[in-house]
Design a protein around this ligand. Structure first.
Ligand code: SF4
Length: 1015
């Protein structure tokens, strides 16, 4: 019998369109295959620099996101009580006229009465600019409750950070440490990278209370107790210092190890850097500074060729017992002096005389330990001396931290030893010649093959900022920042430390803010506070409460808006932020604040405008709903001005462009949808409001829509949202005049643009002349000056001095002690607030929540295909822990915190540190939301850990947040557990949201295709 002819490679569709995935924040390139006008298949784009063809389960399930029954259909105007979910559909003209009538008087009266906050959207370059043009300081995106500690910790230390700022050197690292990683930060790029490490046999160490996802394939899992990562890092630093296993040459070349810090207890300059009259940092050099060499003299200098750390090992001057008084023979570091091919690190007999020198001078021997008298008589100490004094203290020894961290001291010592061996003993280097910022030519790039990646798990604690800084100090000590094999910056990073852009706070004559509302404060003078030091922002960002809140505080907005603290607002405009459910702490109260009325019967938050593509829990709390499109129906810019998708070898940006016109995509009931991309709506509103930059003199709109803005808007001359194919003929990159054909060029090139970094510029970017010139040409950095890594943060010290009573701007009394305590210029560790303020006998366990790899917050957990993986979540706990409390597998249990009690189902898991319980985030849904069936397991058996998490500390005197950045401390939660008296349903349950959940038909995707395919 003849075999039937089989087509082993059927085409998935009639055609494909390339765009960018939006099923999580990685922004992989995708090909959307279309057949008979419907999506047939989503494929990873093999050409795309982010994912190189790889697609994850979420990305594939984008089909169900596009056809989701939960898609909104038309603008909605509230008809019932706020929160009931009762609306009537209205036309766009009415919706936009209404929004304009609400916003126009605000702009004329006081723009700060508009609070504009967005969730996980990817258009902050637009939304932040829009807020600036409106003139409100009250703008932020979701970073304050996500991972601002990670971003700020990095940007205030090394001018970059993990994830969107940098990546491990997947090709070369020998030792990779994953710290507390949230599983979608990053997603496909990390999977690709982990595959490379596995293939090469590099060691992967996962430090996380829970072993899931990437940790599951690690060679070693360190089940650390939540909130103790900083202590663990300090113990590693302690061991490296004690064993002289650090890279002093690197620390002096690229960091501020040798910068002199003034020691003047009680003085207003105590802890600041010693500087010359022009403000340049000074060091102590045992060879008097030479006149600055000319460029050609510098270029004649010879570079190091080998591992400097070996010199440190053989001639240890890194102080295992650092002197506390002026040494008669200060150790000195040969900073590429006299053409020595291998700079040496040595005590130099008889070189105690010395003098001050510019810290960035070359041909000097700067001291890294000791105590020195400046020409003006003040005493100063090198940063490294302070650092060594701090971390060599016995309180940071492995034995001292072991029990608190839950890690055996021997393991800590071994990990430190393994890191040092990987960094220094492999003698790994790349044969790539390069030139540093001072013109010195190097024949090769010295490797330090220890890489790290970290994310929310370590940052979402009230001690997270300092923990993130601690990791960067650890990297710096190993010389493992942008060296081959280590962490690598992704353009446009590194940036100057801290980045130059300060938060806007004053309004110009035309009503716009003087700068974007978010930025980086450099000192008290940049705070957004009034003359009495009180916050001027509704979220209290950049106030004495949370001075370095670079991403704002989305998690404080609703409480403060309800309380009128510091003032009443008129309108809350939100986009893609599910603030009445999984994006809120203190969920029950948040819902009350959103619906509470004042004594006049008016809502305390008078108006709420909300935009989303889906019927999330938050939609019910809006007065006006502006329906967004799906990600396959709109334009987006994945911009270098925003959250870039570059990799360490090149700069990239990308677009989304409509695969479908939403008018042709009916809802699941077959009804026409009338939805618009929020970004286009925002520009339309801006034009109607007459905002500068969005409206012309004749009142017409400057931009047709977001696509038009992406092409024609210039943030600075020649700089727009997209860097590719600029210039009138599309021949320029980075900077150039707008190109009317730019989007077409992107579409022709697969939806993305990529500019490779020259080979000589790919490492040591902070002081690599070729890189800095390349980055400057693209407009990523303002100057080509080297970027100095900051072991010691003078910015933090300026705040501490203010809190100690120095300077013109000082914190109000209630903030002094906190600022003085937590603004330490060197990383510190403190017990997370919730643990410190509750009784560990009553609340003995930590509880954490993390996103499942197969979902992205609430977006994924309403997706028909992803729901088949999990429709309910459980609380995982170690069997030994369960036995302690008399709990059996799958029992229903009560979980209590200082804030409340929930009832959930327990499940045994051996992959969790025994003092920790955990669950998946955002699977639990409120009945009636997301157009799920009324008996959907997500509502009946799923749950939110958020119901247990307060938005304030147990003492009630501060946000449940980091005291430096205000980052929400989700992972500080402490709980107790007991067997529940009831079973079968999770608690609390809230009143169902009104809607047509029980009228919708089943989603029948593919039925017609199958019938056609099979005749
Ligand atoms: S990793 Fe994220 S962006 Fe990439 S395919 Fe998966 S869901 Fe899409």
């Amino acid at each position: 019998m003849q075999e039937p002819a089989l087509n082993l490679s059927p085409s998935p569709g009639d055609e494909f369109k390339t765009t960018t995935c939006y099923m999580c924040a990685c922004r992989c390139g995708i090909r959307v295959w279309i057949k008979d006008g419907q999506i047939r298949y989503i494929q990873g784009n093999p050409e795309h620099p982010v994912n190189k063809g790889v697609l994850c389960a979420k990305g594939s399930a984008g089909i169900m996101q596009h056809y989701s029954p939960a898609r909104l259909r038309k603008p909605l105007l509230r008809t019932g009580e706020r929160g009931s979910g009762e609306f009537r559909e209205i036309e766009w003209d009415e919706a936009l006229a209404l929004a304009t009538s609400w916003l126009k008087p605000i702009r004329e009266r006081n723009p700060d009465e508009l609070a504009f906050f967005t969730g996980r959207d990817q258009s902050q370059a637009l939304t932040g600019w829009w807020a600036q043009q409106f003139g409100t300081v009250n703008y932020a995106a979701h970073g304050g409750f996500c991972s601002v500690n990670m971003a700020a910790g990095g940007l205030y230390s090394i001018g970059g950070s993990f994830w969107e700022f940098g990546e491990p050197d997947w090709e070369h690292t020998h030792y990779f440490m994953l710290w507390g990683v949230a599983e979608d930060h990053d997603s496909n790029p990390i999977k690709l990278g982990l595959g490379k490490l596995k293939a090469r046999g590099a060691k992967i160490v996962a430090i996380n209370p829970v072993r899931t996802g990437y940790g599951a394939i690690a060679d070693e899992w360190i089940g650390i107790r939540p909130g103790t990562d900083g202590l663990f890092a300090f113990a590693l630093i302690h061991e490296l210092l004690r064993a002289d296993r650090i890279d002093l040459e690197y620390l002096v070349r690229y960091a501020n190890a040798h910068w002199l810090v003034i020691r003047n207890p009680g003085g207003d300059d105590d802890g600041l850097f010693a500087r010359d009259a022009e403000g340049h940092a000074l060091c102590w050099a045992s060879t008097p500074p030479q006149p600055s060499p000319s460029r050609c003299e510098r270029e004649g200098a010879i570079a190091p060729t080998g591992s400097s750390q070996s010199a440190a090992s053989s001639q240890p001057t890194a102080p295992s017992q650092p002197p506390t008084t002026a040494p008669s023979q200060p150790p000195a570091f040969a900073h590429s002096v006299d053409g020595d091919a291998t700079p040496s690190l040595s005590h130099r007999e008889g070189e105690g005389r010395g003098g001050v020198a510019l810290a960035d001078a070359i041909d000097i021997h700067p001291a890294v330990v000791g105590e020195y008298t400046l020409p003006d008589g003040r005493v100063a100490i090198p940063v490294f001396q302070l650092l060594a004094e701090r971390y060599l203290d016995p309180q940071y020894s492995p034995d001292a931290v072991s029990e608190r961290c839950g890690i055996p001291a021997g393991t800590i010592r071994r990990i430190a030893r393994e890191m040092a061996e990987a960094a220094f003993d492999s003698n790994f280097s790349l044969p790539i010649a390069w030139t540093d910022s001072w013109g010195r030519e190097h024949r090769e790039m010295t490797g330090r093959p220890v890489a790290m990646h970290a994310m929310r798990g370590i940052s979402a604690h009230s001690n997270g900022f300092h923990t993130c800084r601690a990791l960067h100090v650890l990297q710096m000590l190993l010389g493992a920042v942008d060296a081959p094999g280590s962490f690598r910056y992704q353009p446009p990073f590194p940036k100057q430390v801290p980045p130059a852009n300060r938060p806007g706070k004053a309004r110009r004559d035309n009503g716009t803010l003087d700068a974007a509302p978010l930025g980086f404060v450099h000192g008290p003078e940049d705070l957004v506070v009034d003359a009495d030091g009180r916050p001027k922002r509704i979220d209290h960002a950049f106030s004495w409460s949370y001075p370095l809140s670079a991403h704002g505080l989305l998690h404080t907005v609703i409480r403060n808006a309800h309380a009128g603290d510091p003032y009443r607002i008129d309108t809350l405009l939100m986009f893609m932020a599910n603030m009445s459910w999984n994006s809120a702490m203190n969920t029950r109260e948040t819902m009350r604040w959103l619906t509470d009325r004042d004594t006049n019967g008016e809502y305390r938050i008078p108006r709420i405008i909300y935009s989303d593509a889906y019927a999330s829990e938050m939609v019910a709390y809006a007065d006006l709903v502006l329906p967004d499109t799906t990600y396959l129906e709109r334009h987006d810019a994945i911009s270098l001005l925003d959250r870039p998708i570059s990799d360490a070898d090149g700069a990239s940006d990308a677009i989304r462009h409509p695969v479908f016109d939403p008018a042709t995509q009916p809802d699941s009931e077959g009804r026409a949808r009338d939805v618009r991309g929020f970004q286009s709506v925002l520009l339309d509103l801006g034009a109607r409001l007459g905002l500068p930059g969005m409206s012309n003199e004749d009142g017409s709109a400057t931009y047709r829509d977001y696509a038009d803005y992406m092409v024609h808007h210039e943030r600075a001359p020649g700089v727009g949202l997209l860097a590719g194919w600029r210039g009138e003929d599309g021949s320029e990159s980075g900077k150039g005049a707008p190109n009317p054909q730019q989007l077409q060029r992107y579409i022709e090139h697969g939806g993305f643009w990529h500019a490779p970094i020259p080979e000589s510029a790919r490492y040591y970017k902070m002081a690599n002349r070729d890189y800095l010139q390349w980055a400057h040409r693209f407009g990523f950095i303002a100057t080509t000056a080297p970027i100095v890594l900051q072991l010691y943060s003078e910015t933090l010290q300026k705040f501490r001095l203010a809190a100690q009573g120095h300077g013109a701007l000082q914190p109000p009394a209630e903030h002094r002690e906190r600022v003085a305590t937590y603004f330490d210029p060197l990383p510190i560790w403190h017990e997370p607030f919730e643990g410190a303020q509750t009784d560990s006998g009553t609340l003995p366990l930590s509880a954490i929540t993390q996103r499942p790899m197969f979902m992205y917050h609430a977006w994924g957990s309403q997706n028909a295909w992803l729901r088949q993986i999990a429709t309910r979540n459980v609380l995982y706990l170690h069997p030994h822990t369960a036995a302690r409390y008399g709990i059996a597998d799958e029992d229903w249990i009560e979980v209590s915190s200082h804030h409340g009690t929930i009832t959930v189902r327990a499940k045994f898991a051996g992959n969790v540190q025994p003092d920790t319980v955990w669950t998946w985030n955002a699977i639990g849904k409120r009945k009636g939301a997301w157009k799920l069936a009324k008996d959907a397991p997500e509502a009946g058996q799923g749950f939110l850990l958020n119901h247990l998490i307060s938005d304030i500390t147990p003492r009630g005197d501060y946000a449940n947040a980091d005291p430096v950045t205000g980052q929400a401390a989700w992972f500080d939660l402490r709980v107790s557990i007991r067997k529940a008296d009831t079973a079968g349903m999770s608690a609390p349950q809230f009143l169902p949201i009104a809607g047509d959940a029980d009228t919708i038909r089943s989603l029948r995707y593919g039925e017609a295709m199958r019938r056609k395919d099979h005749g």
